[in-house]
Design a protein around this ligand. Structure first.
Ligand SMILES: Cc1ncc(COP(=O)(O)O)c(C=O)c1O
Length: 396
């Protein structure tokens, strides 16, 4: 077995400093504690509690049984990319060809490959705060420089284009946006999306639009920037994980101009060859199949959102009403603990796990993220206990 820490007589060369020095996800710490806490109510994980619809599973099994599970083109089966081109037109208003689409290991694989294709060491990347923690981790090996821009709770978690502009320097290359947003549930209204595209155009930035929750819309409409910004600067990332409760199948896709797409394909060629063929067939079945399972899941998330909005509003902990994705933020400032300490305390005192705002950046240090992908029963009991704990701590 390899020693956990080197005891070599010859000192080994330094390993890449980026990943070595980057912190692990702050959600993982809470997950680890929740896993060893018997009976813990799990509201911290962003994974649908629904099963993958049966017709999708059946299609994959049937394909696997034929025994012809071979490599595909690196970018994915042509038949899958043709279906994705149709989906992008129908759902997102994006006009793309099959050469603009690369299928990837989840949405995360598409975003990572796009970063690898776009960034040179030292390029500055504007990243939302709070944000899904993986952007930060990707930059640690892509050698991009993270420049957070606030999506403040006071502003319904929406960014201010003017504040973003103030952060732009001659080294800024990429603006990342995420609507519908993890962790806040915010959806960027069309005028804001237009203003963000305008910033990108005027400063000649690439725009990476993470649209992994594009079909989990609770209110209003989702706007894809590539539907109206067609000069090739927008790279859009999507996934099957959330829409179809297919997290473990690991199918995502990224859409970009011809040149970027070709670079992305080379990145993928070097790190995955292609994604599992069985999963590509499952994705085809998802796109071909009935829409009802998706509509039912979204309806359930909407009902859970309403339930949680009611509970949090009554306790004066609501920050904003989520319009998309399946998360809601709660203000835990009254506990007088920072959200990381609060999240640990809550698991230990009440056996309820939530994701601390500190895991997502600095702008939501007093908030925690609750996942609507948990059952309504767990949400009611878990939020009830969380409110109780905040009152107890506030009285101390
Ligand atoms: C904002 C955001 N982008 C991308 C992803 C990646 O999704 P996938 O599981 O398909 O890799 C996630 C997953 O949680 C996410 O929340």
């Amino acid at each position: 077995m390899l020693p956990r820490s080197p005891v070599a007589t010859i000192p080994l060369q330094a390993i890449s400093s980026g990943p070595a020095e980057a912190a692990h996800s702050g959600i993982r710490e809470v997950v680890n504690l929740a896993l060893v806490t018997p009976g813990c109510i799990r509201l911290e994980v962003g994974e649908p509690n629904f099963s993958t619809p049966a017709h999708i599973v059946e299609a994959a099994v049937e394909f696997a049984r034929k025994g012809q599970v071979k490599y595909t083109a690196t970018a994915g089966l042509l038949s899958l990319r043709e279906r994705l081109v149709a989906k992008l037109d129908r759902v997102n208003g994006i006009k793309a060809g099959v050469l603009n689409v690369n299928c990837t290991v989840g949405g995360v694989g598409g975003i990572a490959a796009a970063m690898a294709a776009l960034l040179e060491p030292g390029d500055e990347v504007l990243v939302p705060d709070p944000a899904w923690p993986n952007y930060r981790l990707m930059l640690s090996w892509a050698h991009g420089v993270l420049v957070p821009y606030p999506c403040a709770p006071e502003n319904e978690f929406l960014p201010e284009p003017r504040a973003i502009e103030e952060l732009i320097t001659p080294r800024t290359k990429l603006l990342i946006i995420n609507s519908p947003c993890n962790p806040t549930g915010a959806i960027f209204p069309r005028p804001l999306m237009e203003a963000l595209v305008d910033v990108a155009v005027r400063h000649n930035l690439y725009l990476l639009s993470d649209e992994c929750y594009d079909e989990v819309i609770l209110d209003g409409e989702h706007v894809s920037p590539a539907s109206f910004c067609t000069d090739g600067r927008v790279v859009s990332a999507f996934t099957f994980s959330k829409t179809y409760a297919m997290t473990g199948w690991r199918v995502g896709y990224v859409v970009a101009n011809d040149k970027i797409s070709d670079s992305i394909t080379k990145v993928l060629e070097s790190n995955s060859s292609c994604i599992p063929t069985v999963c590509q067939k499952a994705a085809e079945a998802a796109l071909d199949g009935p829409r009802e399972p998706v509509q039912e899941m979204v309806k359930a998330y909407r009902e859970r959102r309403d339930l949680c909005v009611g509970l949090l509003e009554e306790a004066e902990l609501l920050i904003s009403r989520p319009q998309g994705a399946f998360y809601i933020m709660a203000d835990v400032g009254r506990s007088a603990l920072d959200s990381r300490e609060f999240a640990f305390d809550l698991v230990k005192s009440k056996q309820v796990a939530v994701a601390p705002g500190t895991a997502f950046g600095n702008s939501a240090r007093d908030a925690v993220r609750i996942s609507l992908a948990s059952s309504p029963e767990d949400l009611s009991v878990g939020i009830g206990r969380m409110i109780e704990r905040i009152e107890e701590l506030a009285e101390k």
